[in-house]
Design a protein around this ligand. Structure first.
Ligand code: 8OZ
Length: 367
């Protein structure tokens, strides 16, 4: 045993007893090739990682309209629920716990993925600079249309139904995807939301959709099984806000009132620098009575330091979990980590998905 760390101490997350403080972050893998249904390989992939304190599934669209990239799984059809059930059963058999991440991409989509090949939907008709992955290639994101006021209850309902489906599929809870420039983040931030109705303008109005969705999901899953992911300052997907601190202080105060079990906070630029913009994450930590899951660029040392300072309860690891099914064991032993292979992150089959070796395999291979 080297550095003393809280990383391997148990944690009670609502009704769940987590054996350690490591969370597998949601990771988009684009392998749900048949009807946006998780494949048998997904069963294997999540099952291999069941020693995490908590697994969070890859982002899963709550409706066809909510899809923005090819071959991402859904949580709106009977077949998708049946596919996910096999995943949750495997994870539970292996002694793990798993939340579903419920997603609506909003404007980050392409007409070819949309119902009737229509325009993707957004708070305002502002096209995102960027590409999405469709038809096997990177393509410009399509011009969106602004959602009509009367369409908004349908969006909330799609998240509620997604949560109900997730529970039916055997998930232990639901994480609302409120981060990374997707629909709920597009509404919350003033760079993307220019509405003049009850869902635009003031902080209260811009946060309204996210909070209505949080309320709808808690009505299905229970607050003790509902978490949310936010990314106050990320520039991901061309999103921005002129004053994120009061916005996210407000959001977190209201999530606290709804008694959500956790906030999962991407600190800095998603998958990039942690110090991209000034932001007081400690303010969110202080305001929120539930668990704080910290994410973005954590390694053993930083995780140990942040847990020791009580600045977070749990730490979410993305790429390290992708490449190391036995990440918990490796960190415990101070063993070297496999390197993630970027070429196989999105799409494909078993390669770079279910074939990363665990410690014993590496020893076997060396013999
Ligand atoms: C990478 C590629 C596609 C989608 C996110 C769901 O950033 C994603 C995503 C990541 O939250």
């Amino acid at each position: 045993m080297s550095t003393p760390t809280k990383l391997f101490e148990p944690y009670k997350l609502g009704p769940l007893n987590l054996p350690n403080r490591l969370v597998m972050a949601p990771l988009t893998r684009n392998r749900a090739v048949a009807g946006m249904v998780p494949s048998p390989l997904a069963v294997e992939y999540y099952g291999q990682r069941a020693s995490a304190g908590l697994l969070i599934s890859e982002a899963s669209q709550v409706s066809k309209q909510g899809q923005g990239y090819q071959d991402t799984p859904g949580i709106y059809s009977r077949e998708q629920v049946a596919g996910w059930r096999k995943v949750t059963e495997r994870v539970h058999q292996r002694g793990g716990r798993i939340f579903l991440q419920a997603w609506h991409v909003g404007r980050i989509s392409h007409t070819s993925l949309q119902p009737d090949h229509g325009a993707p939907v957004a708070p305002s008709a502002i096209r995102a600079k960027g590409k999405t992955f469709v038809g096997g290639t990177f393509t410009d994101i399509s011009e969106p249309r602004a959602l009509k006021l009367e369409e908004i209850p349908g969006i909330v309902e799609s998240f509620r139904r997604g949560a109900a489906n997730a529970l039916q599929a055997g998930f232990d809870g639901v994480e609302i995807h409120g981060a990374n420039g997707y629909l709920l983040d597009q509404f919350a931030k003033d760079g993307t939301n220019k509405r003049t109705d009850a869902y635009g303008g003031s902080i209260e109005n811009r946060a309204r959709l996210l909070l209505e969705v949080a309320k709808a999901v808690t009505s299905e899953a229970g607050a003790e099984r509902t978490g949310i992911r936010i990314s106050p300052v990320t520039p991901a997907n061309d999103v921005s806000d002129s004053n994120p601190q009061p916005l996210f202080d407000y959001v977190v105060d209201h999530l606290n009132a709804l008694k959500l079990v956790y906030i999962h906070v991407i600190e800095g630029a998603t998958g990039g620098p942690r110090d991209i913009a000034p932001f007081d994450y400690g303010s969110l930590r202080k305001r929120f009575k539930g668990a704080y899951i910290a994410n973005n660029g954590y390694d053993f040392e930083l995780a140990t330091k942040v847990l020791a300072a009580n600045a977070a309860d749990l730490i979410a690891f993305g790429k390290p979990f992708l490449a190391n099914p036995d990440l918990v064991e490796r960190l415990k032993r101070g063993a070297p980590l496999n390197t993630p292979d970027k070429a196989t992150f999105y799409g494909g089959g078993a390669k770079g998905y279910t074939d990363y070796p665990v410690l014993g395999d590496a020893l076997d291979a060396a013999q």
